[in-house]
Design a protein around this ligand. Structure first.
Ligand code: SF4
Ligand code: SF4
Length: 710
């Protein structure tokens, strides 16, 4: 006790100084954070206060549990160690702060044995964090992971800042360890009971090095280590809100307020219903203050880890889009226009200043960036909102003006007559095997097959429509189509930012679906599926055809002939709007695995890391500048996996991949087929002529199957 008092006395001369440092440090931090909150107060509304328990659960999973970190094994493991170390050291850091003004302070519950145990844990924690900082510095300087690089067009690199911050944290750990070690060395010098230090930890090693140091020198070291610790602690605290390290403070809140239903697109304005939209003077994001407060919080919370851009297909093919810099540029803008010191600066339009039009049109809304981000930063809503702003100002790319006009007048981007919508089903050969009824009166069928524009009008994709109808017939589904009454689902239109056009298409379809009296909907188009499931309200439940097929394979209604060509190797390409946006990964694979003799391999990027084919967001009509096509990159991935056949479950993927095979010069080596076409080709039809025979007696090829539907 005598020694403790003696050591405590080393700090006494500095008490006033330490108190002053605390006061200044806390005041500065509070002021800086208050200034950082100013733009959030000016931002748009965002409703993120519902379902607190669900949100807390996500905090436990993504913040405390660091759920997404291991997706990048080396960096993720390093981060988990640092994060865990910080958590362990948090109590210690605050107790050390208090020791400066109250030298004998011991945190409640941490005296005696419990204190010893906690001391050992913190010794190791400080050592681990220190080592992690060294490793992180070496990674940055020597191994230089490509995703940390900053292309010249985005400004200067962030390495120096990162190294500076990593060094400061290392210094903090070192000062903390010296503080502990100096005290322990003094105990040894005086032959007092020695404080337990964790073997081989940093404090343990420093204490061993200091045991022969004189007591007055140890006292000065004790004081000096404390002083350095305080200064570094408060400097870090106040410096972090000026850069990427601000995420240390904001990440918990960012994860708590993160979007719960990622698939549902943000409304034009929170709190404004569709019927009130005509009162909205300006659509979308034009200035920084048009972002919601949560989206601004995203900007503060980004850790600059580069994972989003590393996974972004637009970035991978050299389009002028890198999601990481959507965030970084907005944060820089925020810092510049809402400075901590000095006056706010007048705002400017974002497009044309920090963002280019091409950059914002380059996104396929594939969701890879959001899937990857460990801090749940959102991109699609922001990009769609920026597009809404451009559309509102009449900035529509030339090549998209015609399809948009056609959607407005004809309900499809091809400008085809409505009455031609069901032409795909009237091919003579097809009608000999299957007839598809048009639901032009209520209760004409139990199930609606929602075809959507591309499958209805694109000559190649019509084969998917026919295969789907034949499969539905085969399993005895009582189904029909809307025919001329069906308009484009509006999925791409909405993601393109044309909200009012989307609403018109949606309202028309909802009315037609309700009039048909169907009890469920099936579609073979993941974009239509996503629209019907998440963008529409008050429509019957919707399924993708792959789910229907998987279920019927399971029930035994669908079984397959063995594959004839045993040399083919199949791979499944997950369409973004079936996989990542709706988590349907297994059903298509289960169907493929049920085909006897089918050899299947996975591409390196599959399931929730699937690589977009490039078809989303009206991209069939608009091609941003790029170094190579996404589809070509995807086809090469399939070849690398050893596949010769790519199976997909989306007509947009089919268009892009088929085209990419030609562009890549891989015709003859690689083919692509839709799952419905493959199933239609391989399915065992018990009575191949049954439908044909009955064709003259019945008007539709729909089998009564109410027992199945139940
Ligand atoms: S949604 Fe896809 S294309 Fe768009 S920024 Fe994210 S990863 Fe890139
Ligand atoms: S948005 Fe997320 S994934 Fe992208 S750099 Fe920031 S923290 Fe990393």
């Amino acid at each position: 006790m005598q020694l403790a008092a003696q050591l405590a006395s080393f700090l006494v001369p500095g008490r006033a100084l330490f108190f002053l440092i605390h006061l200044i440090g806390i005041a500065c931090f509070s002021y800086i954070v208050a200034q950082r909150l100013v733009p959030l107060m000016r931002g748009e509304r965002d409703f993120r206060f519902d379902q607190p328990w669900v949100r807390l659960g996500r905090v436990l999973k993504y913040w405390l549990g660091q759920w997404k970190q291991p997706r990048y094994r080396a960096a993720g493991t390093l981060h988990i160690f640092i994060f865990a170390g910080f958590l362990v050291l948090a109590i210690r850091a605050f107790s050390v702060l208090i020791v400066g003004v109250s030298p004998n302070f011991v945190p409640p519950g941490l005296s005696g044995r419990a204190g010893d145990v906690y001391g050992v844990i913190t010794d190791y924690a400080a050592t681990i964090v220190f080592l992690c900082m060294l490793i992180a510095v070496i990674r940055r300087l020597v191994f230089k992971p490509a995703r940390y690089a900053v292309p010249a067009k985005y400004g200067k690199g962030h390495t120096a800042d990162a190294i500076f911050l990593l060094s400061l944290i290392a210094l903090l750990m070192l000062a903390d360890s010296f503080f502990t070690a100096a005290k322990a060395a003094a105990q040894v010098r005086q032959g007092q009971p020695v404080e337990v230090l964790a073997a081989l930890s940093l404090p343990w090693m420093i204490r061993n090095a200091l045991v022969s140091t004189s007591l007055p020198t140890l006292g000065r070291m004790y004081f000096g280590a404390y002083f350095v610790h305080e200064l570094t602690f408060y400097f870090l605290l106040c410096y972090r809100p000026f850069g990427i390290q601000f995420h240390v403070e904001t990440s918990l809140f960012n994860i708590y307020f993160a979007k719960l239903d990622r698939e549902i697109l943000k409304p034009v304005r929170w709190g404004i219903s569709d019927t009130q939209l005509d009162q909205v003077k300006s659509f979308g994001i034009k200035t920084f203050e048009d972002f919601t407060w949560k989206h601004m919080l995203d900007f503060y919370s980004c850790a600059d880890c580069g994972r989003c851009s590393d996974q972004c297909p637009a970035n991978a093919v050299g389009r002028p889009l890198s999601p990481r810099f959507i965030t970084i540029k907005a944060r820089d803008y925020s810092f510049a226009h809402y400075p901590v010191f000095g006056r706010e600066k007048k705002g400017t339009a974002l497009i044309g200043s920090i963002y280019s039009q091409d950059e914002i049109w380059s996104c396929t809304t594939c969701g890879a960036c959001e899937q990857e981000c460990p801090l749940l930063v959102e991109y699609i809503d922001k990009i769609v909102d920026l597009r809404r702003g451009m559309i509102d100002e009449g900035n529509v790319p030339q090549s998209l003006q015609k399809p948009l006009k056609a959607l407005e007048s004809r309900g499809n981007p091809y400008g085809k007559m409505e009455k031609k919508k069901a032409d795909w089903a009237s091919a003579t050969e097809f009608q000999q095997t299957c007839r598809v009824k048009t639901l032009d009166h209520p209760n004409g069928a139990e199930t609606l097959y929602f075809v959507d524009s591309i499958t209805s009008f694109d000559d190649r994709m019509q084969s998917i429509g026919r295969a789907t109808a034949k499969i539905l017939s085969h399993v005895g589904e009582n189904f029909g189509i809307l025919g001329a009454a069906e308009r484009d689902s509006g999925h791409e239109v909405r993601r393109f930012g044309e909200e009012t056009l989307f609403m018109a298409l949606r309202d028309h379809n909802v009315e037609a679906i309700k009039t048909s009296g169907v009890r469920r909907i099936v579609t073979a188009d993941p974009h239509a599926y996503n629209a019907l499931k998440h963008d529409y309200k008050d429509v019957p439940p919707v399924e993708h055809i792959s789910q229907v097929i998987a279920r019927e394979v399971e029930s035994g209604k669908i079984s397959f002939h063995p594959l004839e060509n045993k040399n083919d190797v199949y791979t499944y390409h997950d369409p973004c709007y079936l996989g990542r946006h709706n988590q349907i990964y297994d059903e298509p694979r289960d169907v493929l695995d049920a085909i006897p003799g089918l050899k299947r391999v996975e591409m390196s990027r599959c399931r929730d890391r699937s690589f977009c084919c490039g078809g989303g967001g009206l991209m069939l009509f608009y091609e941003p500048k790029e170094e190579q096509r996404m589809g070509v990159k995807r086809v090469r991935m399939a070849a690398e996996a050893g596949a010769s056949v790519i199976v997909t479950t989306c007509p947009f993927c089919m268009v892009n991949i088929e085209d990419a095979i030609k562009v890549a010069g891989m015709e003859g080596k690689m083919t692509v087929i839709d799952l419905t076409e493959l199933v239609d080709r391989q399915v065992i039809r018990e009575c191949p002529n049954a439908i044909e025979e009955r064709a003259g007696e019945i008007k539709e090829c729909v089998m009564a199957s109410s027992h199945i539907l139940k």
